[in-house]
Write a protein of this length. Sequence first.
Length: 327
Amino acid sequence: MRVTLRPLTLGEILDLTAQLYRENFLLFAGISAVYSGALLLLSLIEIGLEAALQAAQLVVALQWITRLAAGGSILIAFVAAGAAVAANNQAVGWLYLGRSASIRTAYGSILPRVGRYLWLMTITAIFVWLPLALLYVGYAVFLLAYVRPRGVFASPGVAARPEAAASFLVVSGIFALLLLPAVAYTIVMALRYALAVPACVMEGLRARQAIRRSIHLTRGSRARIFVLGLLAIAIQLGLLLLTQTFFVVTEIRHGGAASPGLRILQQLIAFVTNTFVGPIYATGLTLFYFDQRVRQEGYDLERMMEAAGLSVAETSTLANTDGDLQG
């Protein structure tokens, strides 16, 4: 698929995202399946270990295995997600510029620099989420270390200390007031850094260079990127409600526990959902990256000159020569 490079409206970017996804469904689903497959494998291993330990009545071992599995799952999921996003960006870039792409070539092109992409995602995640995370951690520590020991959350009939109850109300109010600016900061920073990964993948930039590049490229289009993010979240939440409501209701009816067979079925459905939804947002952001380069840097003209066998430097030299002759 080769697209004529020109400035696109938000509607055209959304339409092009859907068109690319529809025409290359197996490619994007295959790239995303690496991430969702890693999650599925980890979940199945965890379910099997929990079932075995419960059958052996090893409660303490079960608790430690659950904690270790949770930590390991987060780390592996982060690595797999980062690789999948970068491979998706690369595949979209190739298709957008008229080249062919496959799952193998997309991953093969990003693996030598996957550490750079993961480092970039780590930095941006810290910048984006740190204030909100610190706010929640501080509030949680206050609840666990101060409020709970003083009986505020005790069972009915147990009197709580008046000063603890008053402190709980005051700190909760402050938390609610600080939550709004923290969320606003998170959204703004996420939009500023939205094009960092596509810039890093397409231009081979280092992490900090890609961040500065994203800040520059997103100017003037952060509201449009925000709409894309809302649509992606809406699609993901819709599929989540559609596919996971039954399992959540079943677990509630059984006191928070479900049979291993039901949990395996839940994870299989989650694998399909993650595989389908995962590429949408990354594909749209890559298209925004190219659109912003066209708008701000004349990338469409640059590609035309490359097709004609000219480079930007050669074009500048020709222009200077013409000026000298005229002078």
